[in-house]
Design a protein around this ligand. Structure first.
Ligand code: C2E
Ligand code: MG
Ligand code: MG
Ligand code: MG
Length: 278
């Protein structure tokens, strides 16, 4: 078997690469087509306050592919970012989510994720305010979720953009906190409304004392900085009670509600006051 090496293996490797590249190319073409035909979907995951009342939903992109099944965002957002498709895709998500939320009860907000690539666009604030006025959504009901990687690229410009968005009444949340560098300087310097603690931490809090200590410290520190805290990825009652006892402001996770299609979310958000099964 060892003798088989050399040329044969290199060839196999090359054709493997070829196949991977071709598949990527196919997916890129499919994504472009799906976007122009508006075949992408958004699922909405509910968020709850400490008393168990629903406060809003996070818009999460989905791609129902005709032959590959439901493709999760972790598989197509990076591709969309590399190809620049994230710009029209992100705009479509924002417009669709805002126009959906505009039909909801006025105390229910909508959170939308922004890619660093969108943040680099000079016309980001213009795009956001245009969509708000087109859809009639009150700016205070929109929360944009950004990640740290975005702040690191050009901190001065990012700061200006966040301030600008805030001045238009839009709220801004720092997503996935606890991963990456989690620089305290960002919490201190940026006028965020909210910090979302990453689910890789939340998943450990009930059996890893160090993880819990860190999350407790993030909650305490955020509150002193006048930031609200959301815990994402709550899957167990034990996690929920720890967070509730420590005064975490907002809860998100499969325990309380999975991302759901628009009709389901809208049915909840239009009328009845749903209480989480805490
Ligand atoms: P994210 O913004 O941190 O969103 C939360 C992710 O955690 C979602 O995954 C959600 O389904 C998942 N999640 C929530 N609760 C739980 C839980 O209890 N257990 C587990 N295992 N997972 C939970 P999803 O929908 O697959 O999205 C993954 C990431 O893709 C998002 O992470 C976000 O970074 C990105 N993404 C999704 N939609 C968009 C979009 O429209 N634009 C951009 N730029 N990124 C998006
Ligand atoms: Mg998010
Ligand atoms: Mg997150
Ligand atoms: Mg996350």
């Amino acid at each position: 078997q060892a003798k088989q090496g050399g040329k044969g293996q290199a060839c196999e490797f090359a054709s493997g690469m070829d196949a991977a590249l071709r598949e990527r190319h196919d997916i890129e073409l499919d994504l472009r087509a799906a976007l122009s035909r508006e075949e992408l979907a958004i699922h909405y995951q509910p968020l709850f306050d400490i008393a168990g009342s629903i406060t809003g939903f996070e818009a999460l992109a989905r791609w129902p592919h005709p032959t590959r099944g439901m493709i999760p965002p972790d598989r197509f957002i990076p591709l969309a970012e590399e190809t620049g498709l994230i710009v029209p895709l992100g705009e479509w998500v924002l417009r669709t989510a805002c126009s959906t939320a505009a039909k909801w009860r006025s105390d229910i907000s909508i959170a939308v994720n922004l890619s660093p690539i969108q943040f680099q666009r000079v016309d980001l604030v213009e795009m956001v305010t245009r969509i708000l006025s087109e859809t009639g959504l009150d700016p205070v009901r929109l929360e944009l979720e950004i990640t740290e990687s975005l702040l690191m690229e050009d901190t001065a410009k990012a700061l200006e953009l966040v301030r600008d968005l805030r001045n238009h009444g839009v709220r801004v949340a720092l997503d996935d906190f606890g991963t990456g560098y989690s620089s305290l300087a960002y919490l201190h310097n940026f006028p965020f409304d909210k910090v979302k603690v990453d689910r890789s931490f939340i998943g450990k809090i009930s059996n890893d004392p160090n993880a819990w200590t860190i999350v407790e410290a993030i909650i305490l520190m955020s509150h002193k900085l006048n930031l609200r805290v959301t815990a994402e990825g709550i899957e167990t009652g034990a996690q929920l009670s720890l967070l509730t006892e420590r005064g975490c402001d907002e809860m998100q996770g499969f325990l309380l509600g999975r991302p759901m299609p628009e009709e389901e979310a809208s049915a909840i958000a239009r009328d009845h006051r749903i209480v989480a099964p805490a």
